[in-house]
Design a protein around this ligand. Structure first.
Ligand code: NAD
Ligand code: ZN
Length: 359
């Protein structure tokens, strides 16, 4: 990944963790302290192997494990991590390794951005969502009270190392949730990729290694290209929010009983419908998309007991609001997205009705 033409960090796709030690030693040859940050689920499957691999290449190794779940992505967990780092004498030359999904990656990145005004960190994403999305681009942060990602920083990792085999232990629902973001990538940036996904749903469901490898590589490239053009979200990067305006609103109103990628999948349907209202997308395309998401066992409607007015209200608290206007990301066609400032509350009511909510 480059910034202003300069290479900043590499994204490695591998089928094991075996090259981790070598990759870290390549970054800087002196031995340093390393702290592996992970959650309780990931620790159970992958921590002992990671400790074994990193022990020979560092001067001191500690592991910080917190209970899995979005509810732990907060300043209190960061505080406990700071304490662990201080007690082990970590200084600015040392390294944090984020081993886990987006929760671990966001929290570790934020701690790395702020501990001693910044120390290095490495992303080792172990969920599909974190491999194709959250580990790339340098957005880090934690939730504050009920506000998602309210406190954060831009902090680029020194390396993103993904072991595709680590996905084998990922629960089905978490895996498919990641597909929500992947389908989104095809819709906003690459029609050929979108159709390739439609043709390969069986292999995707079976986590066929070759298909996974190709899919993750293409999605990482899409994410990388977007963040290179717009590292701090001034414009282009907003396109990644396709499906997120209504998706986030619903995610919040459901008290996070739906996973993020599930809300994004349904949110993509809603955004596609809105693109249809603007005359950009034919109804056949809506049906194709619905069929794809259904094959991937992702939701294509919003929970019917939500009040549409509550959803509309919730979109207005979203960060996507800019100077009082809600910025929707819509499609010109499959594979091409743009920022639209013309979606009215009435348009949203229609879209929410299409998504199964009663007025
Ligand atoms: P997550 O980190 O909570 O992981 C999902 C679940 O899977 C957790 O229970 C975790 O313990 C478990 N898990 C992770 N890897 C596993 C493995 N290999 N085997 C078995 N279990 C495993 O959730 P996520 O979906 O990876 O990430 C969601 C988070 O990412 C949200 O907090 C969201 O805000 C954030 N996010 C950030 C960005 C960004 O640009 N920084 C982008 C998108 C999402
Ligand atoms: Zn998302």
């Amino acid at each position: 990944v480059r910034q202003n033409g300069q290479p900043i960090y590499n994204i490695l796709l591998r089928d094991s963790f075996d090259e981790m030690g070598e990759a870290i030693a390549f970054l800087s040859p002196e031995k340093k302290r390393i702290c592996i940050v992970t959650d309780s689920n990931v620790a159970e499957f992958h921590l002992s192997q990671m400790e074994k691999l990193l022990t020979p290449i560092c001067s001191r190794l500690i592991s910080f494990i917190f209970p899995a779940g979005e509810a732990q992505k907060n300043l209190d967990t960061v505080r406990r991590l700071y304490t662990a780092l201080i007690e082990a004498g970590f200084d600015r030359g040392d390294l944090l390794v984020a081993l886990g999904g987006g929760v671990v990656g966001d929290l570790t990145g934020f701690a790395a951005a702020t501990y001693l005004r910044g120390i290095s960190f490495i992303q080792v994403p172990t969920t599909l969502l974190s491999q194709v999305d959250s580990s790339i681009g340098g957005k880090t942060g934690v939730d504050f009270d009920s506000y998602k990602n309210m406190v954060g920083a831009f902090k680029q990792p020194s390396l993103v190392y993904m072991n595709l085999s680590s996905l084998n232990t990922l629960p089905e629902r978490e895996y498919l949730s990641g597909m929500g973001e992947i389908v989104k990538h095809g819709m906003i940036k690459d029609a050929d990729y979108y159709h390739w996904l439609r043709q390969n749903t069986d292999k995707i469901l079976n986590r066929d290694y070759d298909i996974l490898e190709e899919m993750i590589a293409v999605s990482c490239r899409i994410k990388k290209d977007v963040v290179e053009k717009d590292p701090t979200e001034q414009g282009e990067r907003a396109l990644l929010n396709f499906g997120h305006t209504l998706g986030h609103a619903v995610e919040k109103l459901c008290g996070f009983s739906l996973l993020h990628g599930e809300c994004v999948a349904a949110g993509c349907m809603a955004a596609l419908y809105l693109s249809g209202i603007k005359g950009n997308i034919a109804s056949q395309e809506l049906n194709n998309c619905r069929a794809l998401l259904e094959l991937l066992k992702l939701p294509v409607t919003f929970p019917a007991d939500l009040d549409p007015e509550d959803v509309i209200q919730a979109t207005k608290h979203d960060k996507k609001m800019f100077a009082g206007v809600i910025r929707f990301i819509l499609l010109n066609r499959i594979g091409s997205a743009y920022i639209d400032n013309s979606v009215t509350d009435e348009d949203m009511r229609n879209a929410l009705q299409y998504m199964g909510l009663e007025n």
